[in-house]
Design a protein around this ligand. Sequence first.
Ligand SMILES: [Zn+2]
Length: 130
Amino acid sequence: MPTCPKYASSKTVKNGHIQNGKQRFLCHECGRQFVEKPAQKLISQATRDLIDRLLLERISMAGIARAVQVSEQWLQTYVNDKYAQVPRKVQVKPKKKGKLTIQSSNPAGAGEVSICGHSWTTKVTSSGSG
Ligand SMILES: [Zn+2]
């Protein structure tokens, strides 16, 4: 017996058939009725590549499905999976607030540097002011 699609319960029994003759099952655990999964049609990598290209052409999903002969449902799932896999690597790092650090280098021979004082007499060779 197939397992229930809801909770993967194996307490399932045959429960008649659906219109197209497929076997229907009933889950004893949740009471759900379901049909065994249809055989997964293997979609080749070439077809997937083709779909990728068609998707870029802004063709409707239905049109693509018809063109490459897959079910619209499969195509929808494929596209959903595809976009779900797109890694989102954009990470915004919080800006660190720059601490006001004053490097008081006091080269030998140079004058005195006083930050909170009035003036300093060190020779400054770099131009520009911050
Ligand atoms: Zn169930």
